[in-house]
Design a protein around this ligand. Structure first.
Ligand SMILES: [Zn+2]
Length: 296
């Protein structure tokens, strides 16, 4: 009996160990499931389960990546928004500084708003040469510092009888009442100087009126054919009041048969001018804002 009993026990142990080894191998080797024999339904199911589990384990990874990408996108969206907010803040601070002397601080009180177009019913030219910031190549690096109103680009008839209007209430600080028209000799002198220098530029603007609107803002009206009665330095004018008439003073056309009648109009700001440093297109926008015509 010892023989067969020992044999049975040994056999049972070997079978048990073999079963255990197979179980361990199957458990640890799940990444690489054994090839599936066709028709072995149980094994196919088991493999499908393993694959599903693996897929479920992998799913959180792309989800986490997507979340991280979304986070990054949000950050990149936030950054310009923050920059814009900072810029808006600094712009607001800059805009506030001119108001600091005033108790009232409302948009309506902005010294660069509330003007009227200085020629009744005129529109604002789209011709680049008429705009602030336009190149004046004939003078070295010359730049046009104002807005021109010519009949052919401003929607209304403009001749030397066209009234020029005060763009805003203010105080007349210049009115060239004793102005004398330029001569061919003057023009030759301008040409010899290459149309450069403050004095010559001033002569080229012809007969002028300047109105001070306070807080560093002055309007200039140039090339006038005449100055309206009652306008003189020290006179207070109302917005819309006639201060003079369009003309071509300061230009060579004044002593030729050619016509250069137009208004050169400037909004000066401190030592500079509206549209300084901007493109002509941007300068036009600034004037439209000043006239309350934005969007035209
Ligand atoms: Zn001009």
């Amino acid at each position: 009996m010892i023989g067969p009993t020992w044999l049975y026990i040994s056999l049972a142990a070997v079978i048990f160990i073999a079963a255990a080894v197979i179980a361990v191998v199957q458990a640890t080797d799940s990444d690489d499931p054994p090839p599936v024999m066709a028709g072995d339904a149980d094994e196919v199911q088991a493999v499908e389960q393993v694959e599903q589990q693996a897929a479920q384990q992998q799913q959180p990874q792309p989800a986490a990546q997507a979340a991280a990408q979304a986070d990054e996108q949000q950050r990149s969206l936030d950054e310009p928004a923050e920059q814009a907010a900072t810029q808006a803040q600094s712009v607001q601070q800059e805009q506030e500084s001119p108001h600091s002397q005033s108790a009232v601080d409302e948009p309506a009180d902005d010294p660069l708003l509330g003007f009227i177009v200085p020629i009744a019913d005129a529109c604002i030219s789209r011709h680049e040469g008429h705009l602030p910031g336009a190149n004046r190549a004939y003078r070295n690096d010359g730049v046009h510092e104002g807005l021109d109103f010519y009949e052919w680009a401003s929607c209304v008839l403009i001749d030397e009888f066209t009234p020029i209007l005060a763009a805003k209430d203010g105080l007349v600080i210049r009115a060239d009442l004793d102005y004398i028209d330029i001569t061919p000799a003057d023009w030759a002198r301008f040409e010899a100087a290459n149309w450069e220098g403050e004095e010559i530029l001033d002569e080229l603007r012809g007969r002028q009126v300047y109105i001070d609107h306070g807080r560093g803002v002055v309007t200039r009206y140039a090339h006038l054919s005449a100055i309206a009665q009652g306008i003189a330095v020290g006179v207070r004018v109302q917005q819309g009041q006639v201060i003079g008439f369009a003309g071509e003073s300061g230009q060579r056309e004044v002593y030729t048969d050619e016509n250069d009648v137009h208004l050169h109009f400037e909004i000066r700001v401190g030592d500079g001018w509206l549209g300084q440093g901007a493109t002509p297109e941007q300068g036009r926008e600034l004037y439209l804002e000043a006239f309350g015509l934005s969007g035209n």
